[in-house]
Design a protein around this ligand. Structure first.
Ligand code: C5P
Length: 231
């Protein structure tokens, strides 16, 4: 269990390099996100290893399928003992409710959040797939649907956090990637925000990858971020 708002994205190519980082930190210092690459390589056994070491794990597999399949997948993910998992809001409200039902079938009780619009998609990319709302309108529309379906929150960019916070109320989780401490390289993220600004904008949790995982001293960078957030 951790009190930190930081979720470190374990974007490592294999289990050995991920464990090198995990072995150097305490479960109280952050939560850990396992995404599609590492999960596909290292599998549920790796997730169980993190859970056994008392880490809160966000399983970022973004399920998007027919309701029955998503229900079963969410049940399976919850049974791994993860702290949080996610689905794509574009699957519709029946799929979102099915995801919640899947979690309810488990003895574990993870948080279920949804991705609204991928931050890699702009208005033009949306129009290509027949969505004529702007990305901003589409995010608000889907976030409202996610809230009505009683999921716990959404993944969103920190730039969207203050708008979604006022639209969605205080108890809706906003999980934001695209976070860069002032001193870190921006990399391929286009719209970034510092950890402190993101929390001020309304973010509940911050997903941070490369600024920590690719630092010369990842443990020190994580400690600095936690300290900045606590002062
Ligand atoms: O290294 P960096 O801090 O950019 O990592 C951000 C993490 O958040 C990555 O795991 C990336 O896949 C994820 N993510 C993102 N943008 C989204 C959703 C997830 O960057 N919209």
């Amino acid at each position: 269990m951790s009190d930190s708002k930081v979720i470190v994205a374990l974007d490592y190519p294999d289990e050995t390099s991920a464990l090198r980082f995990v072995d150097a930190i305490e479960p109280a210092s952050c939560r850990l996100k396992v995404g599609k690459e590492l999960f596909t390589r290292a599998g549920p056994q790796f997730v169980s290893k993190l859970v056994d070491r008392q880490f809160d794990v966000f399983l970022d597999l973004k399920f998007h399928d027919i309701p029955n399949t998503v229900k079963a997948a969410c049940h399976a993910a919850a049974d791994l003992g993860v702290w949080m998992l996610n689905v794509h809001a574009l699957g519709g409200s029946a799929m979102l409710s099915a995801g919640l039902e899947g979690i309810d079938k488990s003895t574990h009780n993870p948080l279920l959040i949804a991705v609204t619009v991928l931050t890699s998609m702009d208005d033009q990319a949306l129009s290509e797939i027949g969505i004529n709302n702007s990305a901003e309108q589409q995010v608000s529309l889907l976030a409202a649907m996610v809230r009505s379906a009683h999921l716990h929150g959404v993944v969103c960019s920190a730039q969207e956090a203050s708008r979604l916070r006022s639209e969605s109320g205080d108890d809706f989780l906003l999980v934001t990637p695209g976070i860069r401490p002032a001193s870190a390289a921006v990399g391929d993220q286009k719209r970034v925000m510092t950890p402190v600004k993101a929390v001020e904008a309304g973010a509940s949790y911050l997903v941070i990858g490369r600024p920590i995982t690719q630092a010369t001293d990842p443990v020190a960078v994580l400690a600095e971020i936690n300290q900045a957030l606590n002062t």
